[in-house]
Structures are given as C-alpha cells and as structure tokens.
Design a protein. Structure first.
Length: 342
C-alpha cells in the first residue's frame, strides 16, 4: 500500500484508489481559523442508523489509542505530513509481519493539531483522499479518510474532515458499499453516493440483494441527504413494465410467502425473485414511496396468498435498517398494513 510522503513544497495524499494527488503549499489560513482548544472525546458518539453523522468535535477512541500503542512496538515507522497551521497527519501502513492478534487493525492514521489528537482511524486498510488542500485556499471539507475492516462482506467507513477554526467530521458508515465521489476536482465539494445495504441477505443471497442508492450533497458546513424527489419519477410505461415483471415473479411462487419470523423459527418458504421488491426500493430511494405502495398493490394479485405478510415484512426491514426511514419520514407513507381497496 503506498504511503504518504513529505516533499519540500508539496504534500502527497493517498487516494483510496491508491493513486497520489500532489498538493502545493498555499497562503496562510484566515484569522478565524487559528488553533482552538477543542478536546477530543475518547468514544465516537453512537445513535440510530444514519446516512451521515456530523460531529463537531474531535474524537480519538480509547480502544484505538491502545491498539496504536501496541502498534508502536513494531518496526514499521509512520510517515508524517505537516499540513500547516498546527495540523499534522501521520500514517502507519500495515506491518510486514502480521500482528499476534489476528483481529487487531493492520493500519492506522492519526490527525493532530498542535500535538492534540483530532482523529484516529484504524483498519486493515486506511487511505486518504484530498479534497481542498492546502489550508487557506478553499472552504471545507479538506480530506476524506477511508478505512476498511476486512472480511468477506464488511465494512467500509469514511470520515469527511473539515479543518480550520473548528474541527468537524461527517462520518459515513456504508457497510459493504464503498462510496463514489461525483464531481471530484471541479472546485466544489463532490456529491457522495453509496449503496444502502438495508436489504442485504433479506429473502435472497447477498449477491442478488437489491440496494437503494443514497446520495449526499455538501450544504454550507456538512454533508446532508439530497431532498426527496430530487430525481424525476419513472414514466407510466416504466411503472407498467415493472408491474408486469413483479406480477410474473409473484404468480410463479410455488407456495405462499412465509414471514421472516416464521423463517427464523425454521419454517421454509419458497425461493423469491428479488424483482418483487427491487423496484419498490428503487422508487423509495428516489423519493417516491407513494408510488411504491401503488406499484406493489397493483403488482401482487389478490388471489396469491402472502400479499399482506410480505408487505409487512418489507416495511419492517426498511424501518429497522434503512438510513432513509427517519430523515425522509417514510413511516408517514409506508404503513405496515396496505391501504384498503376503494
């Protein structure tokens, strides 16, 4: 894995995709961006599932600090980059010899200001993407720190870091999905997209699991979800085609759908075609949950058993696992019980 390098008049920051971007030192940062006395917390704040979590103070988890102390005992030294204005970035690549503890992180990245920890990230892989450096040349955010925990299906995490008068961090825990940057290099903060894995393994294999696309956009001082209905609604012809696909898959079921609760109790149900719910997810994540209700109601024939049971499970999965449920108030439209036919 490439490492960060300090050059005489430039800073090289690793991109997550493993190619480097050169950054030339710039003018002094504005007066309101002088060092502050922000204290780092020793535990990252938790909470409900969210598309992005904004933190306005540093955090350096005590467990990760202990792991870094253990890492210091290895021969591999850190590469250090002076970002200017009190900020310093240190990165420890994966050690040549694996650690005794197989679950211990292999790589670390530490961001400090005037010697105080601002951000500490660990993982089997850790990388950095430059957005707006050098300090003083542009508005935040400045960096994206990426980490990957390793394993078959998990997990990616990103810290979108803003430096200046106050440290801030937009945290994105995207599970199995890496993020994509839209508009990187055009001078504005890029939009961020990733797949919400709320339906991973739900009634099908991981490979066939549909996933809705989440899109974040920079708004003043942080990343936020785009507004619902930011995209155009599908045409009537498209909705009719989707309905036909869903109805065909539903009519092909050899037996009635078995609820998730009964499946967890050992009752076996029919194999489902993910097309039954993939178009519903596409509509909901585009901001059209009311169209999803209408499409499902029309697509599942009343004479095929399991219509209400499947819908209730589908809504419950969204409520439990989707990053959109709360901010988009999906519960106002997606009720556990289907609307009664007029």
């Amino acid at each position: 894995m490439p490492s960060l390098r300090r050059l005489a008049a430039a800073i090289m920051l690793l991109l997550a995709s493993s190619y480097a971007l050169e950054i030339t030192a710039g003018p002094a940062v504005a007066e309101d961006a002088q060092p502050t006395d922000q204290k780092a917390g020793n535990q990252k704040p938790g909470g409900e599932i969210a598309a992005v979590t904004h933190l306005d103070q540093p955090f350096c988890e005590s467990d990760t600090q202990a792991q870094l102390e253990a890492r210091h005992k290895t021969a591999t030294a850190a590469t250090v980059v002076d970002l200017g204005h009190g900020y310093r970035l240190s990165q420890w690549p994966a050690a040549a010899e694996p650690a005794d503890d197989a679950e211990a992180p292999a790589a670390f990245l530490l961001l400090e200001k005037d010697g105080n920890c601002q951000l500490l990230v660990a993982g089997q892989q850790v990388g950095v993407t430059s957005l707006r450096l050098p300090l003083g040349d542009g508005a935040p955010p400045q960096l994206i720190v990426s980490s990957y925990s390793g394993g078959a299906h998990c997990c990616f995490s990103y810290d979108v870091v803003s430096l200046g008068a106050h440290f801030a961090d937009d945290v994105i825990d995207s599970a199995d999905s890496p993020i994509s940057l839209m508009g990187l290099g055009d001078g504005d903060a890029p939009d961020i997209t990733y797949a919400d894995m709320a339906f991973a393994y739900w009634n099908t294999s991981f490979a066939e699991s549909p996933a809705g696309q989440v899109r974040l956009t920079w708004d003043k001082d942080r990343y936020r979800l785009i507004d619902p209905k930011d995209q155009s609604a599908p045409s009537d012809a498209t909705l009719a085609a989707w309905q036909a696909e869903m109805t065909e898959a539903i009519k092909a079921l050899p037996s009635a759908y078995v609820s998730v609760a009964d499946q967890n109790s050992g009752k076996e149900g029919p194999q489902l075609d993910p097309v039954i719910w993939s178009h519903l997810i596409e509509l909901i994540y585009a901001g059209y949950p009311e169209l999803a209700v209408d499409l499902y109601t029309k697509a599942w024939p009343d004479d095929v058993k399991g219509k209400q049971v499947f819908w209730k499970d589908f809504v419950a999965q969204l409520q439990q696992a989707s990053v959109l449920w709360t901010p988009w108030k999906l519960g106002d439209v997606l009720k556990p019980d289907l609307p009664k036919a007029p």
